[in-house]
Ligand binder design. Structure first.
Ligand code: ZN
Length: 319
């Protein structure tokens, strides 16, 4: 790794541009200037991050989210209206790790745009040995491990305190309260998983978002990709997956709308032909929380919904 360092990067290092938390980017928080006016105008990208910023900011901030329920952050492009909002904001929060792929260049260039995942030590990130396609170095879906997402709370608190020093004690208190809530959420997820017999803690899903979830909470995550991308639902893949489902006594598959339904149907039919029954589990929230004003519209509510749905599906109840 060190051999990849170029002289210009070494220069930045000696100038102290690199924070302890982020070994890769200059720390923008140190460069933020106080605003001396409330409410602080903030823009956040994904809606579960908008929620986090609101929790920490409380009444001293006005947070506007760019991406609502059901929006795919990997594909989201900033509209002209978004660019205006970003320009007018005092402070911007985004998740980072190329989650907001199409906005990344813009966000990285803006001095007031803070990537909250810079708070996570790189050694705790998932980096597949073969690497990812495209621009990803790390798996960006860190919020599925509550202990990782909790690390971003401090980064939001620090940035807010820098632009609004008068609110620092309020941000500190809010951050502590929200971190406690996240500890409870983490414990709740572990309790729920414990209800599933160890051999059946398997999540079959088409989305690549659940690797951190599986690692933290002891679920084997198995993809449907091999099945869903093959035309005519490749019979060998289908049979292999059907055998696996029966062997492990798995009762539910978790899908999203992007997966061709006929691939799922082929797997379910193959399983039934062999005398076992598997169902499609309920809908999971992956890269966006639900609608505002609903319990699933918050990060905590979205995660609680997911774990109830997963455990309900794996135990064979109605999700
Ligand atoms: Zn994703």
């Amino acid at each position: 790794m060190w051999t990849l360092f170029r002289p210009s990067m070494l220069l930045l290092l000696t100038l102290g541009f690199f924070s302890q938390a982020s070994a890769q980017q200059p720390d923008k928080i140190a460069q933020l200037q106080p605003v001396r006016q409330t409410p602080i105008r903030i823009v956040a990208t994904v809606n579960f991050l908008t929620d986090l910023v609101q929790q920490v900011g409380g009444s001293r901030v006005r947070v506007e989210g760019l991406m609502g329920a059901g929006v795919d952050p990997h594909l989201y492009k900033a509209s002209a209206g978004d660019v205006r909002k970003l320009q007018q904001a005092h402070l911007i929060f985004y998740s980072g790790l190329y989650l907001e792929g199409k906005m990344m260049e813009l966000l990285e260039r803006l001095p007031k745009a803070i990537a909250v995942t810079d708070a996570i030590p790189r050694e705790r990130l998932i980096q597949p040995p073969g690497g990812f396609e495209g621009q990803y170095t790390y798996d960006p879906h860190v919020w599925f491990d509550v202990t990782l997402w909790k690390l971003t709370v401090g980064r939001v608190r620090d940035a807010l305190s820098k632009v609004d020093p008068a609110g620092a004690s309020s941000y500190q208190a809010n951050a502590e309260a929200y971190s406690k809530r996240l500890d409870q959420l983490d414990a709740f997820i572990r309790q729920q998983i414990a209800r599933v017999p160890p051999g059946q803690r398997v999540m079959i899903t088409a989305h690549d978002a659940f690797e951190y979830f599986g690692r933290r909470y002891g679920l084997e995550v198995r993809g449907l990709q091999g099945v869903s991308t093959v035309a005519e639902a490749g019979t060998r893949d289908v049979q292999q997956l059907a055998d696996f489902i029966i062997q492990r006594r798995i009762r539910a598959i978790f899908v999203e709308s992007s997966v061709p339904r006929r691939a799922i149907d082929a797997v379910i039919a193959a399983v039934r032909a062999k005398g076992w029954n598997v169902a499609v589990g309920g809908e999971l929230f992956s890269d966006a929380a639900g609608n505002p004003g609903t319990p699933e519209g918050t990060y905590v509510g979205m995660m609680e919904h997911n774990i109830r749905t997963i455990v309900g599906g794996l135990l064979g109840g109605t999700p």
